[in-house]
Design a protein around this ligand. Structure first.
Ligand SMILES: *Cc1c(COP(=O)(O)O)cnc(C)c1O
Length: 361
């Protein structure tokens, strides 16, 4: 049987090697009789897992001094509230760049707590592009500036980071985290839901610069108060131990595969192959995002003849290429090419696309 490739945007494919190790790990009981799913969070075995996950992630990123890592329960959307609740301090205002669907949701949530200044907007006309990077009108008293470097639904990625001066830059990096090297020192805070490139859903990684922890966070619920979680070693409440265990296995797999530079190289190759196939299809397939702004993680495309979208999806699925439907608010098609998608999956998709267009004649 030929392999089936899952192009879902998240929860996304995990590396086969990680799943095999997870299976073996799952069945191992320690001297205390507890396997990784059962460990009390006060146990030395859980503490060791947490420390291992932290250290491996720090090593992958080359984490600079002065940053702390949290493995919190919940998804990226919880952070849409946790960021203002923890970082507003005495300020009333926060700046947000509106780059598409996920940025929009982050903005709507932040408006419950803060005056939101939208300092840049994406261009809605095709070819689509990230918000322009220059001259963001950051209010003097804004607590931070939030960006979404990779818009998972629109398939738009910023070509570079904005310069926000002294205003801490906060990023929802959910769909680009660990896809390549990341200069953490450019950020005040980075968060990423796990189910794209880190591990299973239910876990979110937060990396925060220590000086931001001094801000007053009166209304942050205890499990979501960064400062309190760090003071209590990530165990204010029961952490998602098994998800952290899996994340550590994914970090190992990335390190063994050559680290983040190797991820970036492989991801670039995959994305270039697919975008090239779209661009050279004589207009049969179209990519609506401008060159230089195209996401390597989430390749968005459509058929010139929209009536072919459903047959394309059905036949792709029959050929073992699944979950290619575009984001529900965006439509069209989308292939998510996170770290665990092998080149062979992209090659199979490109071959199917050529075959499909030939058959439509
Ligand atoms: C998937 C995604 C989210 C939502 O994550 P949840 O874990 O479902 O809350 C938020 N932001 C971005 C950029 C995403 O890709």
């Amino acid at each position: 049987m030929s392999p089936v490739y899952n192009f879902a945007s998240g929860p996304a494919r995990l590396p086969d090697a990680v799943l095999e190790r997870a299976r073996d790990t799952l069945l191992l009981r320690g001297a205390d009789g507890a396997c990784a799913l059962e460990r009390p969070f006060s146990s030395p075995a859980f503490r060791a897992t947490l420390e291992r996950a932290r250290q491996r992630l720090a090593a992958l990123l080359g984490l600079p001094a002065g940053y702390r890592v949290l493995f919190l329960a919940g998804g990226a959307m919880q952070q849409f509230s946790m960021v203002p609740l923890n970082l507003l301090g005495r300020a009333r205002c926060a700046a947000y760049a509106d780059s598409g669907y996920w940025a929009g949701r982050a903005i709507r949530e932040a408006r419950r707590y803060a005056e939101v200044a939208v300092v840049a907007r994406y261009q809605g006309a095709t070819p689509l592009a990230a918000p322009p990077l220059a001259n963001w009108p950051l209010p003097d008293d804004c607590a931070y500036c939030h960006i979404t470097p990779n818009e998972t639904g629109e398939g738009i990625a910023y070509p570079a980071l904005p310069d926000t001066g002294a205003v801490p830059l906060v990023a929802d990096a959910t769909s680009c985290f660990l896809a390549g090297p990341l200069d953490v020192s450019r950020f005040g805070l980075i968060y990423a839901g796990a189910q794209k490139n880190i591990g299973p859903a239910g876990l979110t990684v937060v990396i925060v610069r220590e000086d931001l922890l001094e801000r007053e966070a009166r209304y942050a619920p205890a499990p979501y108060c960064y400062r309190q979680q760090l003071a209590e070693n990530n165990t204010v409440n029961t952490p998602v131990g098994w998800a952290i265990e899996l994340a550590a296995l994914v970090f190992d797999w990335i390190a063994e595969s050559g680290g983040l530079a190797a991820m970036a190289l492989a991801n670039r190759r995959k994305a270039e192959r697919l975008y090239h196939a779209i661009d050279t299809s004589g207009g049969f397939y179209q990519a609506p995002v401008a060159h230089g702004h195209r996401s390597p993680s989430n390749v968005r495309f459509q058929l010139a003849d929209e009536r072919l979208t459903e047959p394309f999806l059905q036949q792709a699925e029959a050929a073992g290429l699944t979950h290619l439907r575009g984001h529900c608010h965006v439509g069209g098609l989308r292939a998510s090419l996170y770290n665990a998608m092998p080149q062979a999956g992209v090659d199979a998709l490109v071959a199917f696309m050529a075959d499909f267009s030939r058959r439509q004649g």
